[in-house]
Write a protein that binds this ligand. Structure first.
Ligand SMILES: Nc1ncnc2c1ncn2[C@@H]1O[C@H](COP(=O)(O)OP(=O)(O)OP(=O)(O)O)[C@@H](O)[C@H]1O
Length: 337
């Protein structure tokens, strides 16, 4: 299968003057053409920092990609200048954020804001720009597109604003869209509509989608494959059915067990004890060791490699194969036997 994005051994450092922290440490994942990849994990696991690095939107002064590659169609985005990124962003790769109100400028009309990427990336006349915007507003299911184009964000409901954000991301027909918690700020019925819309758009536009969420039920509904992040590392990767049927990493098992549908009515909801460690608190050994119900000696002293069984990858000593052939992920795979 053709890969549109490959993140290899990505390591990101923040330097706030007082201390240096590495919230992303050796992250590997890829996105196949036309698929939806889910990235899940609790708050602070590094989902947003990873996606911002793909968009070239990390704070320039305080962050640094210290190692690794971000290959988009074989072009390494980690080496791009801001000028080069501007040609790519909103054009070949686009992103939808959680809170549409903070991403839309309240003082400009919808039409003015949506015309920006078209002016920047496509040579179009004013009337063609207006025509394209109205067509995209209709594509995302907005009623009265001809009027909405001249309205301001505050005149729209939350669900409508999120549809405007999706149309903004869609305007230049990107090959890859990153949606960071696109429905968290919306109420449940609107959430379902927006997810359905994203699904349809992805199919019609032959696009790839990265869906960042902490909600596993959204993942089950939307994704082909899933990457589970914990404390700046990918701890598990699998096709969606496999992940739910046979989660290998104790962290993923905990996340699945915490789903309300997996808890008896009236019984206390299961939750994983403890908290995600801050990047500055990470010690040697497995990052999940202090919360893991299956922790044993080696977990506290040695960082587990990523063990691979078919397409299922898990970074846990419990998967230490004892004679089975497994590989570290990455280009230079090491076979342990
Ligand atoms: N600009 C920054 N400077 C310093 N540290 C940062 C910065 N942005 C994020 N971090 C740290 O990086 C880690 C990962 O944060 P990130 O926002 O990627 O997590 P997340 O999984 O997306 O969480 P959420 O679901 O809450 O958005 C956190 O410890 C966070 O405090």
């Amino acid at each position: 299968m053709e890969k549109i994005l490959q993140v290899k051994d990505l390591r990101i450092q923040f330097n706030n003057g007082k201390e240096k922290i590495q919230p992303i440490r050796g992250v590997y994942f890829h996105v196949n053409k036309g698929e939806t990849l889910g990235i899940v994990g609790e708050s602070g696991c590094g989902k947003s920092v990873t996606s911002l690095s793909v968009m070239g939107l990390l704070p320039q002064k305080t962050s640094e990609i210290v190692s690794g590659e971000i290959l988009f169609n074989d072009r390494d985005l980690s080496k791009l200048t801001e000028r080069e990124f501007r040609k790519l962003r909103g054009n070949e790769i686009s992103m939808i954020f959680q809170e549409p109100m903070t991403s839309l400028n309240p003082v400009f009309t919808i039409g003015k804001q949506l015309s920006e990427p078209l002016r920047q990336h496509k040579k179009m006349s004013k009337s063609k720009i207006r025509e394209t915007i109205i067509a995209v507003l209709k594509q995302v299911g907005l009623p009265r597109a001809e009027q909405i184009i001249d309205e301001y964000p505050h005149q729209l409901s939350g669900g409508m604003r999120q549809r405007v954000m999706i149309s903004l991301a869609l305007l230049c027909q990107p090959k890859l869209m990153i949606a960071d918690e696109p429905t968290t700020a919306l109420d449940v019925t609107i959430q379902a509509q927006i997810l359905e819309l994203l699904k349809n758009i992805k199919r019609k536009n032959d696009m790839s989608l990265i869906l960042i969420t902490h909600d596993l039920s959204v993942v089950a509904e939307m994704c082909d494959r899933v990457v589970v992040m914990y404390a700046g590392e990918v701890v598990e990767e699998a096709e969606v059915n496999e992940l739910f049927d046979q989660p290998l990493h104790p962290y993923t098992q905990g996340l699945i067990q915490s789903l309300p549908s997996n808890n008896k009515r009236k019984s206390k909801l299961f939750s994983i004890q403890g908290q995600v460690p801050k990047p500055s608190e990470i010690k040697e050994g497995c990052v999940f060791a202090n919360r893991c119900p299956f922790v044993f000696g080696k977990c506290l002293t040695e960082t587990p490699p990523s063990f691979q069984k078919g397409k299922h990858i898990s970074k846990c000593w419990l998967q230490d194969p004892e004679g089975m052939e497994v590989k570290h992920i990455g280009e230079s795979s090491t076979v342990i036997s």
